[in-house]
Design a protein around this ligand. Sequence first.
Ligand SMILES: Nc1ncnc2c1ncn2[C@@H]1O[C@H](COP(=O)(O)OP(=O)(O)OP(=O)(O)O)[C@@H](O)[C@H]1O
Ligand SMILES: [Mg+2]
Length: 137
Amino acid sequence: MLELHNVSKWFGGLPALQDVSFCIDPGRVTALIGPNGAGKSTLINCISGVDRAQTGSILLAKRPVEALPAHEIAALGVARTFQNLKLFARLSVLDNVLTGLTVSAERSFTVSMLRLPALRHQERQLKKNGWRWPAPS
Ligand SMILES: Nc1ncnc2c1ncn2[C@@H]1O[C@H](COP(=O)(O)OP(=O)(O)OP(=O)(O)O)[C@@H](O)[C@H]1O
Ligand SMILES: [Mg+2]
């Protein structure tokens, strides 16, 4: 499902990631553990496109994603949270969660701005069924 090959990242002259390689199989829960400063967040940033590795390759279902922008990686099914949460204080808990699902929404700018029926239908569906990520192709 997810493959990393020799991923490295430096900040200035300091290595944060050095030749990180591993594979994660689908259908399993996998944890990344390590002491403070070990590079966990840096690695998650590189996988999700928030930051760029300087060397190596990252494959999602055999597709190279290391050069894709974060929103395209998210659309392929990579979801993440951040250590410092930024919630919308004026939204409900449910609406905050739904905000994270809008990456999957098939709707246009006009539909969203005018809150046309298609948008409300999709929101009802998300609230009722949740969202299942498509298998990356
Ligand atoms: N933007 C940055 N600029 C410079 N150095 C950075 C930057 N981000 C991370 N580092 C350095 O890279 C190394 C890895 O940091 P990272 O935040 O990835 O570790 P972590 O495993 O997530 O730590 P923690 O458990 O504290 O969250 C550390 O030495 C850190 O100081
Ligand atoms: Mg961290």
